[in-house]
Design a protein around this ligand. Structure first.
Ligand SMILES: O=C(O)CCC(=O)C(=O)O
Ligand SMILES: [Fe+2]
Length: 327
């Protein structure tokens, strides 16, 4: 039976024959397979089954794009804008020019361009105006940013994350095997660096401006979808023992019209009604760096419909997005 080089390379890799797999892909690429270059690029980007090598990844990606890989072009644009692909710094103007070119033939790129055209941005992709929040609770502070996102931006985040959604799991400390998350029953997916298209990037830059934090300190934006009966039980967002702690959380509500699903903060007596496009923001740490127990919160069970949110957990220092999300 004739097998395509990608399948063959995948089975070689899973048999531990990584070098052979890479050679096969490079060979197929040299013979004109854009998919083969793309596969190799993804391996070098995510660091499996080969060690991460961003320079090599970019070389392979450029080769895939040069011979017509449309999704590869979008990935290259994402990495140009966020600077996570090994080059020296985020380059919004160059990414935007590349998107303009891609938009001439690719409707996906054109749709992103149209969304960007509705944003008031500086030349570096940051928002012209700093979003202003209203105070829901003073000390500890809980803020709401009404309509931080447009309905189209909410839909874009949901669509981008949809293929990434998986049931929430944690590793069982005893067996080391995945087990259902004890606190969160929603499906979730993180939008990693290769999928952080310019619309998502601009939203992350807007979140950085709204929160007064560095965009590099944000974990990859995580989309959660709750079906009826699903919930996020009472918790703190801090991570026990983390050296680079979560210091703030911004939750974007992507839709409304479902029953239940409020975000409640029982210790301060605040319940937030999700409204599409709104965001809430709170700091998770006390001045001494310990978790603020007053900011314990929950996503109440959804009773009917689906609830969609996107959460940006913000750390004290820059995060390596490659270790927090697989691409
Ligand atoms: O679903 C909610 O309303 C709460 C989500 C949450 O607590 C989180 O994302 O950290
Ligand atoms: Fe939370």
């Amino acid at each position: 039976m004739h097998r395509n080089p990608i399948d063959l390379a995948l089975s070689l890799a899973s048999a531990g024959k990584t070098e052979q797999a890479c050679a096969l892909l490079a060979d197929a690429g040299a013979q004109g397979s854009a998919e083969a270059w793309m596969q190799l690029a993804v391996w070098y980007l995510i660091g499996a089954p080969v060690p991460r090598d961003l320079d090599r990844a970019r070389t392979c990606l450029a080769k895939a794009v040069a011979i017509g890989h449309v999704d590869g072009a979008l990935m290259e644009i994402a990495l140009l804008a966020n600077g996570n692909g090994g080059q020296t710094a985020p380059d919004w103007p160059r990414a935007l020019r590349a998107l303009d070119i891609a938009a001439q033939n690719d409707p996906v790129a054109a749709a992103q361009r149209a969304l960007l055209a509705n944003m008031a941005l500086r030349p570096d992709g940051t928002p012209l105006a700093t979003p202003v929040g209203e105070i829901l609770h003073d000390a500890p502070r809980l803020q709401r940013f009404p309509r931080l996102l447009t309905p189209e931006e909410c839909a874009h985040l949901a669509t981008t994350a949809q293929p990434l959604l998986e049931p929430s799991f944690v590793l069982d400390p005893r067996s080391g095997r995945p087990m259902p998350h004890p606190i969160r029953t929603s499906d979730g997916g993180a939008i990693g660096p290769t999928r952080e298209d310019l619309v998502v990037r601009a939203i992350n830059l807007r979140i950085a401006a709204a929160t007064g934090t560095d965009v590099q300190n944000g974990e990859p934006l995580t989309v959660l979808r709750y079906a009826p009966g699903q919930q996020y039980r009472r918790h703190l967002d801090t991570i026990a023992g983390a050296a680079n702690q979560r210091m703030a959380t911004l939750i974007l509500y992507l839709n409304q019209g479902f029953a239940g699903g409020e975000t409640s903060f029982p210790a301060i007596g605040v319940t937030v009604q999700p409204r599409a496009g709104d965001a809430i923001l709170f700091e998770t740490l006390l001045p001494d760096g310990s978790p603020d127990p007053q900011l314990v919160h929950s996503g109440e069970p959804v009773r009917a419909g689906a609830k969609w949110i996107a959460t940006r957990w913000i750390r004290q220092a820059p995060v390596d997005p490659w270790t927090l999300a697989a691409g």
